[in-house]
Design a protein around this ligand. Sequence first.
Ligand code: NHR
Ligand code: GAR
Length: 211
Amino acid sequence: MKNIVILISGRGSNMQAIVDAGLPGVTIAAVIANRPDAAGIAWAAARGITTRVLDHKAYASREAFDEQLADTIDAFTPDLVVLAGFMRILTPGFTARYEGRMLNIHPSLLPAFPGLHTHERAIEAGCKVAGCTVHFVTAELDHGPVVSQGVVNIADDETPDSLAAKVLELEHQLYPAAVRWFAEGRLSIDGARVRLADLAGADAAMMVPAP
Ligand code: NHR
Ligand code: GAR
């Protein structure tokens, strides 16, 4: 059994997709939020999942918050930490501690558009496609080794909200699959690249055709 701790900040729909996937060999040890009002916490608690809330505003520095966060996480002895819409930038000490065992999903085709407001920026830039990226977390924001990516078309009348909805649907497919691969021990990091054992690399990319 692999223990997984999921970190959220809000709605937690990616967390829900991972929980609802019922991945074999995976135990959701805890869901932790940095915001007391994160809707995903109530959802997880209602399903009997252990939850914790650590309000970052109660800490004097990012380091102090990250230290308490790491202690809280480690009490669950996780094999994998999953960032699912987690909105706090993590300090280098924290990312080093979970190197090779912490994943994030980012709503853009990295290395394009790291950071926030990705959908708006992709439309503004005139991109014809957008998507999402599952990656291992490193100290450099949204720059870790890429596990998988999914692509959607940007329509002529696309808005940031409509694009976000399309990308989110894809996130809910990609993220549980990536967690499953990790739990199966099939992911290996080789520099900037992630290899997926026993599958052609193309299977880690998901294409959604034009509507
Ligand atoms: N931390 C590190 N070191 N490396 C990464 O790759 C990280 C990370 C922390 C979070 C998720 C990321 C995303 O997928 C993530 C990846 C928050 C911000 C941000 O600017 C940026 C990227 C991501 C998450 N956060 C503001 C901050 O000051 C707060 C914004 C808010 O609270 O609304 O931390 O996009
Ligand atoms: C998702 O689209 C996720 O990729 C994105 O926020 C949304 C969270 O939704 N993450 C970030 O922007 C991280 N900075 P969710 O809470 O319903 O999973």
